[in-house]
Design a binder for this molecule. Structure first.
Ligand code: NAD
Length: 422
């Protein structure tokens, strides 16, 4: 409309008057020409709009890239921590604190106002899990392997350092044994030197493929000492033995948590365990794979419940092993169905051959935890799974974005290229 108005306005006024306000054929032709031009301009306007959109998209990509780059440089807004006075504030060491469970425990201790030192060799842990605390005055991150001795001053030690999922601990079985034996000796030795209380993260795997159901702490277990899982199962059994040897011989305060299957945000994407496997398969519309007939049972606890239990155990006076797990039992098959329904999508559930030494039944007897710690799991499976699914959805998007981001950047061919860029 503006174009037509302009084209009329452009027309010579005197000519209008001469023809007594009637348009001559020349003038009409002129207007039509202008209208054509307008149409042409409209086409080029659409083109311009498209170009502008492309430009905006390009700028958005650049902005995202810059945001990621700046993330570590801009002063952080740390989560608000409670102020504890000198008397109540503890120096707490969390070995394996950059891992799945460890990082949630670190969050809890930091928020409560304690000073936290994370020791990790980043075998399965990630800096990203604790990134939000780096630089905080109450927080310290030490890149260290627990197989080597450590000399620091602390009041409490949560010893969690050890790979926990079968593909990770089977990757280097000798290292897994060293971490759980030498690593535990080093942490117990540190506890002895500085008079710290120490909590050992043991596992339900100490019960092996159990003959007793549910498993109570008095059950001695049924472990194959030379099977593929032995490096972990026996490693943890020795870690428990060491803890009580140090308690009796050196009089140090030990706490032993026998942790059952735990899940939640920050689990490893590809750790090969049931929860992450099923969720990832469902989110990507791949087949949900069950090993064996799917009738084997597991009990799953949400990570915040575990952290509650660990903190309560450390604070307690109870020094015998304590099961920390959710006793609500599910067959693997039920679990696959539940995840499939929560995620939606088109995945099918398929059965594959059973895995060697895969325990058939697992369910904690938590009467001790109830009695001595006043603890039991609170988070329902559906509630916990929803949070975990949200986490994995974001992780999948993130890895997709990193992939495209990688392709946006010009790859450096050699060191000369890099130097030129600098
Ligand atoms: N997640 C579970 O379901 C579960 C069940 C039973 C027991 N546990 C125990 O809880 C603890 C934590 O498990 P998670 O699931 O968080 O596993 P994870 O693999 O996420 O965390 C373990 C952490 O220990 C670190 N680590 C491994 N070897 C180390 C070494 N030699 N020196 C220093 N750091 C080392 C890893 O880098 C990682 O950060 C483990 O001891 C595990 O055996 C976990």
């Amino acid at each position: 409309v503006l174009g037509i108005y302009k084209s009329i306005a452009k027309t010579d006024n005197s000519k209008f008057q001469n023809s007594r306000n009637r348009l001559s054929s020349d003038q009409i032709a002129n207007i039509l020409k202008n209208i054509n031009e307008i149409n042409f301009n409209e086409t080029s306007g659409t083109k311009d709009l498209q170009e502008a959109r492309n430009k905006i998209r390009e700028l958005e990509e650049k902005l995202k890239y810059i945001e990621v780059k700046l993330e570590n440089r801009v002063p952080k807004n740390y989560p608000l921590v409670t102020f504890l006075n000198y008397k109540n504030r503890k120096r707490v060491l969390v070995t394996g604190g950059a891992g799945f469970v460890g990082s949630h425990l670190v969050d809890r201790l930091m928020l409560a106002g304690h000073e936290v030192i994370v020791v990790d060799n980043f075998f399965t842990g990630r800096k990203r899990n604790i990134d939000h605390w780096i630089g905080h005055e109450n927080f310290e991150l030490v890149h260290h392997d627990v197989v080597r001795p450590l000399y620091i001053e602390v009041d409490e030690i949560y010893h969690l350092a050890s790979p926990a999922s079968p593909p990770h601990y089977m990757l280097n079985p000798v290292k897994t044994i060293k971490t759980n034996t030498l690593g535990t000796i080093n942490m117990l030795g540190l506890a002895k030197r500085v008079g710290a209380k120490v909590l050992i993260a043991s596992t339900s795997e100490v019960y092996g493929d159990p003959d007793e159901h549910p498993q109570s702490e008095t059950y001695w277990g049924h472990v194959n000492p030379i099977g593929p899982r032995a490096c972990y199962d026996e490693g943890k059994r020795v870690a428990e033995t060491l803890s009580y040897a140090y308690e009796h011989q050196e009089n140090i305060a030990v706490r032993v948590a026998r942790i059952f299957n735990t899940y939640g945000p920050r689990m490893h994407m590809n750790d090969g365990r049931v929860v992450s496997n099923f969720i990832l398969q469902a989110l990507q519309n791949n087949s949900i794979t069950i090993y064996g007939d799917g009738k084997q049972t597991r009990s799953f606890q949400y990570v915040s419940d575990l952290v509650d239990g660990l903190v309560a155990l450390m604070a307690s006076n109870y020094s015998q092993p304590i099961n920390i797990g959710n006793p609500v039992e599910h067959t693997i098959e039920e679990f696959a169905l539940l995840i499939k329904n929560l995620v939606g999508g088109t995945s099918k559930i398929v059965a594959l051959a059973a895995v060697e030494d895969d325990p058939q039944r697992r369910k904690p007897d938590i009467s001790r935890a109830k009695k001595y710690l006043n603890w039991e799991a609170k988070v329902s499976l559906v509630e916990g799974l929803k949070k975990t699914i949200t986490y994995f959805t974001k992780e999948l998007q993130r890895s997709k974005y990193s992939f495209t981001d990688h392709h946006l950047k010009r790859p450096y061919k050699n060191d000369h290229d890099i130097i030129e860029q600098l």
